[in-house]
Design a protein around this ligand. Structure first.
Ligand SMILES: NC(=O)c1ccc[n+]([C@@H]2O[C@H](COP(=O)([O-])OP(=O)(O)OC[C@H]3O[C@@H](n4cnc5c(N)ncnc54)[C@H](OP(=O)(O)O)[C@@H]3O)[C@@H](O)[C@H]2O)c1
Length: 227
């Protein structure tokens, strides 16, 4: 599959690297490749400069969001959730009928309070807003409830913990579920929440995820369901 991963942060890199390792044709999308390669600082999360990661991953191409999106079979949204709509617009998502978009983003607004503001309420979510903004695309929300290392290698956390998928189109969800299977998520561990409205629930989980990370002292944990 030709996969465009929009996002040069920790999440974009982790997903792009894993997809390339699995044999997919992967392009990472950024606003300005030259500027991205010229960065020398670590980001707020302590992520090293992109050029360092690129040197270790010569099999992954870097291109503008527009170049990355053109011809992609699957677009992965791994951008800052506050700006995802702009990034998807640049990638031409609105112009590609039926394009499958895997949305892993969350909206986090860090301020003075103990927890950041989030972009989801019981009234709406980023996933739904992106689906509404790009009605011809087929949005699938998944993987946003865990750390990126766990997304692509669930065995890092013991037990039968789960990943949620939400999206209006069954075929698009099947494309994403196949990729999740390649990452190591057995089908019994993929929980289908139904339509993209399910993104409200997974995005509203983030304050609990952040509190758990603080309490446990590690980002490497996940939700397991007992039934
Ligand atoms: N950290 C995790 O393990 C984790 C887990 C679950 C979900 N998430 C979510 O995954 C997403 C990516 O997280 P991250 O920490 O890797 O990266 P991030 O710092 O949240 O986002 C970086 C990306 O956002 C893009 N961006 C920033 N401002 C932009 C603008 N004005 N217009 C267009 N694009 C812009 C950057 O584009 P350029 O390349 O052009 O600079 C970059 O590719 C976030 O939504 C996050 O909430 C993270």
């Amino acid at each position: 599959m030709r996969i465009a991963v929009l996002g040069t942060g920790q999440v974009g890199r982790t997903l792009a690297g894993r997809c390339a390792q699995l044999g997919h044709d992967v392009v990472v999308g950024t606003r300005d490749p030259r500027q991205t390669m010229a960065r020398t600082d670590t980001d707020a999360m302590g992520t090293p400069p992109y050029a360092q990661w690129q040197a270790e991953h010569p099999d992954v191409a870097l291109a503008t969001n527009a170049e990355a999106g053109a011809g992609a079979d699957l677009v992965v949204n791994a951008t800052n959730g506050s700006v995802s709509q702009a990034a998807l617009t640049d990638a031409g998502v609105g112009a590609r009928d039926g394009l499958v978009v895997l949305d892993v983003a969350n909206v986090l607004e860090f301020g003075a309070g103990p927890l950041p503001g989030i972009g989801a309420t019981t009234e709406g979510s980023l996933g739904e807003r992106l689906q509404a903004a790009f009605p011809a695309a087929r949005m699938v929300k998944a993987l946003n409830t865990m750390n990126c290392a766990v997304m692509v290698d669930p065995a890092r956390v013991p037990g039968d913990h789960v990943v949620f998928v939400a999206g209006d189109d069954a075929e698009a969800k099947a494309v994403v579920q196949d990729l999740l299977g390649e990452f190591g998520w057995g089908s019994e561990r993929i929980v289908d929440l139904g339509g993209i409205v399910g993104a409200r629930a997974t995005e509203m989980y983030i304050p609990l995820w952040l509190s758990l990370m603080g309490a446990l002292g590690t980002p490497e944990f996940n939700i397991a369901l007992a039934r």
